[in-house]
Design a protein around this ligand. Structure first.
Ligand SMILES: Nc1ncnc2c1ncn2[C@@H]1O[C@H](COP(=O)(O)OP(=O)(O)OP(=O)(O)O)[C@@H](O)[C@H]1O
Ligand SMILES: CC(C)(CO)[C@@H](O)C(=O)NCCC(=O)O
Ligand SMILES: [K+]
Length: 255
């Protein structure tokens, strides 16, 4: 029975169909669509899929979007199931003041990261960075306790905020350089440096707190841009959220 994993962010919906609902299962099909086009999934991308046996998703884009995706899921005979952030799940403990208020994408990515760390050997702390509409930098200790994390604007939001608040910052996309000498490069370098600075600072804090070097996992379309300008050793993980959804689903089946 195939398993459909869905990650609904504030800009795009990402989906992946796996051969089975277990970590490490082969990915048989995947796609990403902008939220503007989710109402046609059942008659486009999803139409040609072999019907999945089950699904699990995470949504941070709001109730309305979730309901519209559920309408598309009516294409198949499966129950829509969505992750709710909780105090404990699949070996991870949630240190948020109100665990339910942690974005479900962050919660699921932490679970994916935990499984990844354990699969690679001795337990280590992990720093989980996701670069999407927003950027999140989340710290987890070697025992799977989520200690806390930060939220920053992503590239698009930073750029639009500066464009809207100024008269002279509407320019084409630039490059990351050491000493920017034009507006485009100054903006791109500024945004990237803000993100990398946050990552490096949190990495240092987590190392101090745990007395051990954390694994740094980065995901999201613009993550390679950041990994290119930090000396920290990182792993680019494309499907951390899907890994977490697979781990949660297999846990559920094992209970
Ligand atoms: N290589 C890049 N350089 C600069 N900006 C980028 C790059 N890739 C993506 N962005 C910007 O980052 C934002 C979202 O990035 P991305 O496509 O990785 O995430 P997403 O999956 O759409 O986000 P979400 O999960 O929040 O829906 C957009 O505003 C986009 O314009
Ligand atoms: C921070 C985002 C937007 C990242 O996608 C999402 O995880 C979210 O809406 N979180 C809710 C608030 C929080 O995590 O504290
Ligand atoms: K996301």
């Amino acid at each position: 029975m195939t398993f459909l994993a869905i990650d609904i962010g504030n800009t795009r919906l990402k989906w992946g169909q796996y051969a089975a609902p277990f970590p490490g299962a082969p990915l048989v099909a995947h796609g990403a669509v902008f939220l503007e086009t989710i109402d046609t999934l059942a008659e486009s991308e999803w139409k040609k899929l072999t019907p999945p046996g089950s699904m699990l998703g995470c949504v941070v884009a709001g109730e309305g979007i979730r309901r519209r995706v559920e309408e598309q899921l009516e294409l198949w005979d499966i129950d829509p199931r969505w992750v709710v952030s909780s105090a404990h799940a699949a070996g991870v403990s949630n240190g948020y003041d109100h665990p339910g208020r942690l974005g479900t994408d962050r919660w699921v990515a932490l679970i994916g990261a935990r499984h990844r760390v354990l699969a690679h050997g001795a337990p280590r702390p992990a720093l989980v960075v996701m670069v999407g509409t927003a950027v999140t930098v989340d710290a987890m200790d070697a025992d799977g306790n989520f200690l806390g994390g930060m939220i920053l604007p992503g590239f698009g939001v930073m750029q639009r905020a500066l464009e809207m608040s100024t008269a002279g910052l509407k320019v084409p996309t630039g490059e990351i350089v050491d000493f920017p000498t034009n507006t485009s490069d100054a903006l791109m370098t500024g945004g990237s440096s803000a993100m990398v600075g946050a990552v490096e600072r949190m990495h240092r804090k987590l190392r101090e707190r745990c007395g051990q070097d954390p694994v740094l996992l980065m995901s999201g379309g613009a993550a390679p841009k950041l990994s290119a300008i930090t000396d920290l050793k990182f792993e680019n993980v494309e499907k951390l959220v899907f890994d977490g959804l697979l781990a949660l689903q297999s846990h559920r089946l094992a209970l």
